[in-house]
Design a protein around this ligand. Structure first.
Ligand SMILES: Cc1cc2nc3c(=O)[nH]c(=O)nc-3n(C[C@H](O)[C@H](O)[C@H](O)COP(=O)(O)O)c2cc1C
Length: 169
């Protein structure tokens, strides 16, 4: 699959088959994350991988618990504030790191959903996991073998997105 097709066919997966993901696969997903760009190459991202009972405990902190419960594993993505040099740029870098993972996951026939609503309770999650103060939760990725793959997806037209008149040239 060419890269543009890969990007365009990736969908958020919210229902997964009961199939476990190998440790090696998770390592490759994190490898995709590790090679994302970051300002000054500061690589401010940190990860926690959970499955089983602990994963399901994290599900209690979001109204999208059904997605986490259905997933085989979750990856919690944190900003390490001790590595931060510019908060906004660090968040952008973490977004790039997450997209790297989503695309790799899709490329190998697995699926994922980027969960953001859960951040409403990020402090409680940090307390529950007993994490250091410098780690700020930025996203949770629910990962597994897709059970339902949504075909339909919509995006704004390019003309709505380009601010200058480049599209008319
Ligand atoms: C920052 C961010 C937060 C998101 N949070 C949630 C979420 O909490 N729950 C959910 O079901 N999907 C969430 N999504 C997935 C979006 O709903 C999804 O990407 C969007 O509807 C486009 O669909 P697609 O990913 O299938 O192309 C989030 C996506 C992003 C980028």
């Amino acid at each position: 699959m060419d890269i543009l097709t890969l990007i365009k066919t990736r969908r958020s997966i919210r229902k997964f088959k009961k199939k476990s993901i190998q440790k090696e696969t998770i390592e490759n997903i994190l490898e995709a994350a590790r090679w994302a760009p970051s300002g000054l190459n500061n690589q401010p991202w940190r990860f926690i991988v959970l499955d089983g009972g602990l994963k399901d405990k994290i599900a209690e902190y979001t109204k999208y618990s059904y997605i986490i419960k259905s997933a085989d594993k979750i990856i919690l993505v944190f900003l390490d504030k001790t590595s931060s040099y510019h908060y906004e740029k660090d968040l952008l870098a973490i977004g790039a790191c997450i997209q790297n993972m989503l695309l790799y996951i899709h490329a190998i026939g697995l699926g994922a959903c980027w969960l953001g609503e859960i951040l409403n309770r990020r402090d409680e999650i940090k307390k529950f996991l007993g994490l250091e103060e410098n780690l700020e939760l930025q996203a949770v990725l629910a990962i597994g073998k897709p059970a339902i793959f949504p075909k339909k997806a919509t995006r704004k037209k390019l003309e709505e997105l380009i601010i200058n008149d480049y599209a008319k040239l």
